[in-house]
Ligand binder design. Structure first.
Ligand code: ZN
Length: 445
């Protein structure tokens, strides 16, 4: 007797991520109740299952949804407002003044919405979000059916979300209480960076992250200058200071991590720290180079993030994977460093592990959530195809993503957004373009 299921996806190739580096030819994935039921040869699947819907794509690769492990998605509305500048000039003279004029609930909701559309069309199904107004972010991701870890921000500077570290904490607890049990939206602490958060606030984050079982998602060692400044202000390198405050552990999701000593790499490995590599943001802001090959050799869990669209300038995880794989080789002086399979793993299961969701997403395995992506390999740009993983990382463009599911729900169908109005998104983006351009003109006067 045939077993019923909601959906059967047959693909020319399935890359499950676990086991590592494996490509399964002519396989199928059965989905029921939003979860992966089975991964098996397509012929066996047809004999075993009676699906309500079958999607058959002999020319496509099926992969787990990509996990963008570091992003500031409301900043999609600031894409391209200030380019070709160093980090501190870019932040202090351009980004922060414009944010001061626009950041509020409407900006957050509209920016996240535009970003979700871009991510879905690029095969990303989960974002590790780091911005302000986590209440609005969480509600927007939930409304759009997009998986996210929303950051609870803490910083010394005041903005429209909070006026003091105390208020950041009060609001963080409120948002946590509201969203603690949601299946799609989870939470993490996002202290902005070591140079904008006090020792007392870090100590409190340490205590609360243990009590509430939350990751701590933090920009650190972004530039050599940050390390020099920390030695001047605190007498310690940022990682040493975080260690003194009890934060260097398996909850730490350390973003950027350029300017690392071998001892710091060993410390991260032994404590189970995850490192999020943002190669394109680091390149664009000339921030430095994350020693990916050394981190991988030491056994550190690696994830990949785009960073915000204002410093990248896109949310393209295919581009990011390729840059990460290529840059790691140049930095290490070893062409064998950070293989295509390692880059794809970092963009899926590595990201899932960093954000504490590796028991639910990041690979195509029975029992995991059906966050799945079909990538069309028929275009001549990806032919002939000898190795699907090599093709995905080194030759595929995000426009080859055709279909996306999150928790078994179809979100992209033949490149069309299923439950979002693309024309309305465009009109909204243009409306923000007008408002922000006026602010830029006033500030440049
Ligand atoms: Zn960032």
């Amino acid at each position: 007797m045939l077993q019923s299921c909601d959906l059967l996806i047959e693909a020319g190739w399935v890359v499950p991520i676990e086991p590592h580096g494996v490509v399964l030819e002519d396989h199928a994935v059965a989905v029921s109740g939003g979860e992966i039921l089975a991964v098996l040869p397509a012929a066996e699947a047809r004999a075993r299952f009676q699906p309500a819907e079958t999607v058959s794509r002999p020319g496509s690769v099926l992969i787990p949804g990509l996990v963008n492990a570091h992003t500031h998605n409301p900043m999609n509305l600031l894409r391209g407002i200030a380019d070709d500048l160093p980090l501190m000039t870019w932040l202090q003279e351009h980004i922060w003044p414009v944010e001061g004029a626009v950041v509020g609930p409407e900006f957050i909701a509209d920016g996240v919405t535009l970003a979700v559309a871009e991510m879905l069309r690029g095969g990303t199904t989960c974002a590790n979000e780091n911005y302000f107004f986590p209440d609005v972010e969480a509600a927007t991701y939930k409304r759009l059916g997009f998986r996210a870890v929303v950051g609870l921000p803490v910083a010394q500077f005041a903005n429209a979300w909070a006026a003091s570290e105390e208020e950041y904490f009060d609001k963080a607890i409120q948002v946590h209480d509201q969203w603690r049990d949601d299946p799609l939206v989870s939470l993490a602490f996002v202290p902005h960076a070591p140079y904008t958060v006090s020792d007392a606030a870090f100590a409190r984050i340490r205590t609360l992250s243990d009590q509430l079982d939350l990751q701590v998602h933090l920009h650190t060692h972004e530039t050599e200058q940050e390390v020099v400044d920390s030695q001047r202000d605190h007498g310690q390198r940022p990682l040493a200071r975080l260690d003194r405050l009890g934060l260097v552990n398996e909850r730490l999701v350390a973003v950027h991590m350029t300017a690392l000593t071998d001892a710091e790499i060993e410390l991260c490995a032994s404590r189970g720290v995850s490192v999020v590599h943002c190669p394109e943001s680091n390149l664009k802001l000339a921030s430095g180079f994350c020693p990916v090959a050394k981190l991988e050799r030491a056994g550190v869990n690696l994830a990949i993030g785009t960073d915000g669209a204002a410093s990248n300038n896109d949310l393209d995880m295919f581009g990011e994977m390729r840059t990460a794989a290529q840059l790691a080789k140049a930095v290490a002086g070893e062409a064998t460093a950070f293989s295509a399979a390692s880059a794809l793993r970092a963009a899926t299961l590595g990201g899932a592990k960093a954000i504490g969701l590796d028991d639910r997403i990041g690979s195509i395995e029975p029992g995991k959530q059906a966050d799945l992506v079909l990538v069309d390999m028929d275009p001549l740009e990806t032919q002939p195809l000898f190795n699907a993983i090599s093709q995905l990382v080194y030759a595929t463009g995000r426009q080859q993503v055709t279909d996306v599911w999150i928790a078994g729900h179809r979100k992209l169908d033949g490149r069309d957004l299923v439950d979002m109005d693309a024309a309305a998104l465009l009109a909204n983006a243009r409306q923000w373009r007008g408002r922000i351009a006026t602010i830029l003109e006033q500030q440049n006067r």
